[in-house]
Write a protein that binds this ligand. Sequence first.
Ligand SMILES: NC(=O)CC[C@H](N)C(=O)O
Length: 331
Amino acid sequence: MKRIITIEAVKEAVEAAHAHFREEKGGKNADYIPYLKNVPSDLFGISVCLADGRSVTVGDTDYRFGIESVSKVPTAILAMNQYSAKKVLSQIGADATGLPFNSIMAILLENDHPSTPLVNAGAISACSMIKPTGNAEAKWKAIVDFISGLCGSKVSVLDELYRSESETNFNNRSIAWLLKNYNRIYDDPDMSLDLYTRQCSLGITARQLAVMAATIANCGTNPVTWEEVFHPNLTPHIASLMATVGFYEHTGDWLFNTGLPAKTGVGGGIMAVIPGVMGLAAFAPPLDSAGNSVKAQKALEYISVRLGLNIFSPARVELAAAEPVREGVCK
Ligand SMILES: NC(=O)CC[C@H](N)C(=O)O
């Protein structure tokens, strides 16, 4: 079964979601990272990029916010691209923890294993894997260039956020050294932690995040620049990691309601991927108890239900072709 959706339908759904939830007052900004406490709470943007590069945006889609844990997705892809999906599975894992993103207990319970690159432990471990190992600046360049390639435009660190995170990341320091104790860190622990902290401090806009999601949806080829950023066979692997743990201990509820593989960050961003079809991003700083943006969740759930985007639905969506058309590479 197929369901064809038009860009007009996407535009209507995105605009309606923004109008519905603009006044939503639930949640509060992250405050364990001082910078995030001071980001204006009423910012709200939604951006969609289709797998053929067309886009729809509404609200604060050009505001640069902290990418935070959404950055775990590109680093996981980069590690799989540099090694292989199987290697990342054996060195890090792909299991949900059912626990908060920064859980130390999860490392102990998973039998000395970081469990997935989409929680802090696994993300620090993924940073340690990035090549060329032993060279912090070259590793950083590999990460930042990769993220810029996914977005089709340059991303850079928000210096004040980086300072704020580095001065307060005591829990993550413990994670890095605990992983070292279990031989689950594959480079210098302090360097790996710093790369993780830096990648979390990158500034990104909802518009850029939607292009990143669309590149993942478009099997690794950026639908705006048409650069092949990563190997096409990695899309199902990263989408399944996102579906498994993208909202930490709230992932099951999220997936039940939306059927969208997605990843959140404590900066208020969420990125969702519908393989072969589109990428979606929403941004609003106030968070729920698991660190997921309240407004962005509601907006994306509304759009998913209204457009029937649930990837588990037998009625798979397809985009109505545009003229002139350039088809996504997954076809
Ligand atoms: N969930 C998140 O976005 C957490 C990211 C943050 N930098 C941390 O490590 O705590």
